[in-house]
Design a protein around this ligand. Structure first.
Ligand code: IMO
Ligand code: MG
Length: 422
């Protein structure tokens, strides 16, 4: 079975936890887009692990983990993660495969990320990891790939070419001193030497695994509304976070994908700028942020919080072909008097039932809510659907009805055990 797992909101849906659980049931776990802008927190045996680049499946010793061609790789971050995993006593060698075609995040990408943000009137609120500038170079056909790092001559030529143009931009546009060839060259060659053993043709390897009837999990980073095509552009990331990205990002044909699983939080959060119709104002937002520990795993920024937006998730179900939805962090809603689900928008007196593509509309909509009674007591101890309070079951039932998709798992706490499969 080949499964794509995607976030259906603005990222941070709790994909990391589901990936960790599903990883146990598959043979290979594949990252296909994004880079170390992602942050997956996994709690195992009370110990918290945060992954930015390597699939968290690496914690399961018998699994093969891939960083495929669609990912942008910061080699320093990757090496640090490898070291951390090795230090935890887990073998990485032979279990981590990195695409030679993956583009490399260079020091100038990170600085450009910040400098460009500084010049924008409408800041995106990027993670500052150089993701956008690296993907821009990829599309501009001047990027440097993992394979290039393995060939000192080619790498030198490409780096020189890049620095020639970029240093001029740095100096003239940003009044920044730019980058010295020798230092960057030596630094990246040294890292490439350490990574050489992991770099291979991942498209071949993953397709071979599929032919060998292995089970593959394609783990999406970020979420549908951060997608470069369908997200709330320009407040998005620079990759295809929707299910299609798993095919272009790996070289696996769409006909080989068996299903797409969506992950949604029981409410909505967003880090960074951009419109957010159901966002809480004032003290309640603060309360939920603290209760749900809604602070970015990558940058530590406070996440903006709001009610579940069914228009958004419905759109995500459509765009990704989601046939199963997993609802995360239900326990954070414990003890509320009432809970709201956004079921429509109002714009200039008209009712919208679809998520609008025009940001100018989205910015100015007001929400139409279905208000549901909350539940008292805690859901964290529930281990099966029947254990949940009636009002919590009603909330989940309402989501299923509105979204037209079945809910197959509900998370009621951060650990693996605190998950109900339906
Ligand atoms: P996970 O995998 C939440 C957001 C940033 C910013 C926008 C662009 O943990 O769900 P970028 O650095 O990618 O150019 O920033 O995207 N963003 C995320 N928000 N979770 C993430 O990853 C994110 N990765 C990027 O906050 O708004
Ligand atoms: Mg995150």
């Amino acid at each position: 079975m080949n499964i794509i797992l995607v976030g259906t909101q603005w990222g941070d849906e709790g994909k990391g936890k589901i990936i960790d659980i599903l990883s146990q049931r598959v043979d290979c776990i594949v990252r296909y887009q994004g880079g170390n802008n992602a942050g997956h927190t996994v709690v195992v045996g009370g110990k918290e692990h945060i992954f930015h680049l390597i699939p968290s499946g690496i914690l399961h010793e018998d699994k093969i983990c891939y960083i495929a061609n669609g990912v942008v790789v910061d080699p320093a971050v990757l090496l640090k993660e490898v070291e951390g995993i090795v230090k935890a006593g887990i073998r990485v060698s032979g279990r981590l495969k990195i695409s030679g075609l993956a583009h490399v995040i260079m020091p100038y990408h990170k600085v450009l990320d910040a400098l460009r943000e500084g010049k924008r009137a409408n800041k995106i609120g990027t993670t500052g990891r150089g993701i956008g500038p690296c993907y821009a170079d990829k599309i501009n056909r001047c990027g440097i790939r993992m394979l290039d790092l393995l060939n000192p001559k080619i790498f030198a030529a490409k780096l020189k070419d890049n620095l020639k143009e970029k240093n001029e931009i740095f100096r003239k546009v940003y009044k920044h001193s730019g980058y010295e060839f020798a230092k960057t060259y030596a630094e990246y060659l040294a890292m490439a030497k350490k990574l050489r053993g992991y770099i291979c043709n991942t498209a071949l390897s993953i397709n071979q695994a599929i032919s060998d009837k292995k089970d593959i999990l394609f783990e999406g980073a970020q979420g549908t509304f951060l997608d470069i095509e369908f997200g709330t552009y320009p407040f998005v990331t620079s990759s295809s976070t929707t299910a299609g990205g798993a095919c272009t990002g790996t070289g696996v044909s769409p006909v080989k994908i068996d299903k797409v699983v969506g992950v949604a939080k029981a409410y909505t959060t967003r880090v960074g700028e951009g419109p957010f119709p159901t966002e809480f104002r004032g003290a309640f937002g603060e309360f939920l942020r603290n209760k749900g520990h809604e602070f970015g795993a990558t940058t530590g920024r406070p996440r903006r919080c709001g009610w579940f937006d069914a228009l958004m998730v419905k759109e995500a179900v459509l765009l990704n072909g989601v046939s199963e939805l997993m609802i995360m962090k239900l326990d954070i809603l414990d003890g509320l008097k009432e809970i709201k689900i956004c079921v429509g928008y109002k714009y200039k007196g008209k009712v919208l039932k679809e998520f609008p593509q025009d940001l100018e509309v989205l910015k100015h909509v007001s929400c139409i809510y279905k208000v549901m009674p909350g539940w008292q007591g805690v859901t964290t101890s529930a281990r099966k659907y029947a254990d949940l309070p009636a009002a919590a079951k009603n909330y989940l039932k309402a989501l299923t009805d509105i979204l037209g998709v079945k809910i197959t798992a509900v998370s009621v706490g951060s650990s693996r055990e605190e998950t109900i499969f339906i």
